[in-house]
Design a protein around this ligand. Structure first.
Ligand code: ATP
Length: 253
């Protein structure tokens, strides 16, 4: 488990200012849901946390260690390449599109990165992969190829694959948005289990308000690249303070 601190983070795409001075602290073991209208910068924020996007300016700390740092004028990225790999192994990410390796079996999808990146032995990682596949309810699919699985099953494999790296922090970027409605529940169930039983630091961008309310310790409402409001999940969803939050929740609930 790790904590994350974000200081004065800004991200521009050309003329477009997508993140405008974000300041947040996420504690060890905390489950945080980020909600907000489409285009408000939620995905970009997550992608900045593991450096899939370079910051325009600001600082990101993991466990009080400054890991990403960029100044406006000098374009200095503090992080060296090897360090980046080390940091990325601490941060697992699950995307909207599962991006499994199509020519690898489910088991191989889960074991590949730990073997290649962390040099974990085959026997050890396979044992762990089976445990993870058990956890996501897919042990019996270990030898299947991804195209033989439903979207919900593929997404559960993607979660197992991310967990196989033993991450300290898990980022979920609209993990259920691309799924048929009847498959959403099975993926949320796995995420819920992870949050409740495995005390993992989780940052979840989601449109699932029920999930946010039930599972999150804290909800952050973002709009137009700023954090408009944050607070305990139930409090924020049932009793939002800002007009912008109220408007958004009225629309989606
Ligand atoms: N690589 C990029 N290049 C240029 N613009 C981008 C890029 N990535 C995102 N944007 C823009 O940044 C803004 C925020 O996008 P982002 O995906 O972070 O929003 P979001 O809140 O996650 O939205 P959604 O809920 O629809 O996924 C959008 O206007 C988007 O078009």
């Amino acid at each position: 488990m790790s904590s994350v601190k974000v200081e004065n983070v800004k991200k521009d795409f050309g003329e477009l200012s997508v993140l405008k001075d974000i300041n947040l602290t996420i504690e060890k073991g905390e489950v945080v849901c980020i909600i907000g209208p489409s285009g408000s910068g939620k995905s970009t924020f997550l992608r900045c946390l593991n450096h899939l996007e370079k910051l325009t300016s600001g600082k990101i700390y993991i466990d009080d260690e400054l890991v990403f740092h960029r100044e406006n004028d000098k374009s200095v990225v503090k992080t060296e390449k090897e360090k980046l790999v080390e940091i990325r192994t601490k941060i697992g990410m699950v995307f909207q599109r599962f991006n499994l390796f199509p020519h690898k079996t489910v088991l191989e999808n889960v074991t590949l990165s730990p073997m290649v990146v962390k040099k974990v032995g085959k026997e050890e990682i396979e044992k762990k992969a089976y445990e993870l596949l058990d956890m996501v309810g897919l042990r019996d699919k270990a030898d299947e190829y991804p195209n033989r699985l439903s979207g919900g099953q593929q997404q559960r494999v993607a979660i197992a694959r991310a967990l196989a790296m033993d991450p300290e922090i898990m980022l979920f970027d609209e993990a259920t948005s691309a799924l048929d409605p009847e498959l959403v529940g099975e993926v949320l169930e796995v995420m819920k289990n992870l949050a409740k039983k495995h005390s993992m630091t989780m940052i979840v961008v989601t449109h699932e308000m029920g999930f946010a309310k039930e599972v999150a310790d804290r909800v952050i409402f973002m709009a137009d690249g700023v954090v408009v409001e944050e607070g305990p999940a139930r409090e924020l969803i049932d009793n939002p303070k800002h007009e912008r939050t109220k408007k958004f929740l009225n629309k989606v609930l």
